[in-house]
Design a protein around this ligand. Structure first.
Ligand SMILES: Nc1ncnc2c1ncn2[C@@H]1O[C@H](COP(=O)(O)OP(=O)(O)O)[C@@H](O)[C@H]1O
Ligand SMILES: [Mg+2]
Length: 237
């Protein structure tokens, strides 16, 4: 469960998040809204990259805002970035291993965690390949493996399916759907692909100009006239 209260973020004159209050408690929660709506900022505040002017974030009974980014990572917060952050000079395996360093695992546990994460995204056969040779899909899968490695409690995915083919989106859909059953982590997913959101998110929030304009069960949010007006209107036209 993530409980957010009165969250406000401004950058100079731009209000990226405007007094957002929402409680999320489903396995996979969607975050949608037009470009510039504040979606990435929302994840940046949760992960600690951006400090809000006001507000609180509790995850279960933990006050996330009192923790530094690395403490949040150790607590079990993981994220992937809108612009993926895979290190070309490292192997697939070493790209995943970086999140395990602070976790105090034994050598054996570390290997088990790595194997499981690689299997989960289907990259075991490529574990020793240098990341510079990976295609866009494999790079995203490396990032997702990094998110599920260790004991994540909350996983933040920022447009993981951008630029994917239909078949790749299909695989991504399966992987995201499987995360919660696999390790109990809650997933927050930003994506513009409404079909993907519909397929994997039990609940969805909609941001527009930094304000929360809808929250609830995904199917009802997507048919909300206000949401259609700001977000889907162009598709209807
Ligand atoms: N670091 C920053 N400095 C200044 N303005 C920012 C910064 N990050 C985001 N913004 C602004 O905040 C608003 C929300 O941005 P963002 O959260 O990236 O939106 P989204 O992910 O929904 O497209 C935009 O107007 C954006 O230009
Ligand atoms: Mg964004």
């Amino acid at each position: 469960m993530i409980a957010i209260e009165n969250l406000t973020v401004s950058f100079g004159g731009v209000t990226a998040l405007n007094a957002v209050t929402v409680t999320l408690d489903q396995p996979v929660c969607g975050i949608i809204g037009p470009n510039g709506a504040g979606k990435t900022t929302f994840l940046n505040v949760i992960s600690g990259f951006v400090v809000p002017q006001t507000g609180s974030i509790r995850a279960n009974d933990t006050n996330l805002l009192s923790m530094k980014p690395h403490e949040r990572a150790r607590w079990g917060l993981r994220r992937s970035f809108q612009k993926e952050q895979v290190v070309n000079e490292l192997t697939v395996e070493d790209n995943i291993r970086v999140v395990l360093d602070p976790l105090n695992l034994s050598g054996r546990e570390r290997r088990d965690v790595l194997d499981t994460a690689l299997d989960f995204v289907g990259l075991r056969g490529m574990r020793h390949a240098l990341a510079e040779g990976l295609n866009a899909f494999e790079r995203r899968m490396t990032e997702i493996a990094r998110c599920i490695a260790g004991r994540p409690r909350v996983i933040l995915l920022d447009e993981p399916g951008a630029g994917f083919s239909q078949g790749e989106v299909e695989k991504l859909r399966q992987i995201i759907s499987d995360i919660h059953g696999f390790n109990g982590a809650m997933v927050l997913l930003i994506d513009h692909d409404v079909d993907l959101i519909q397929a994997v998110c039990q609940e969805t929030i909609v941001l527009d100009f930094g304000s929360l304009i809808a929250v609830g069960e995904t199917a009802s949010v997507l048919t909300d006239p206000r949401v259609r007006a700001v977000y889907l209107g162009m598709e209807d036209a």
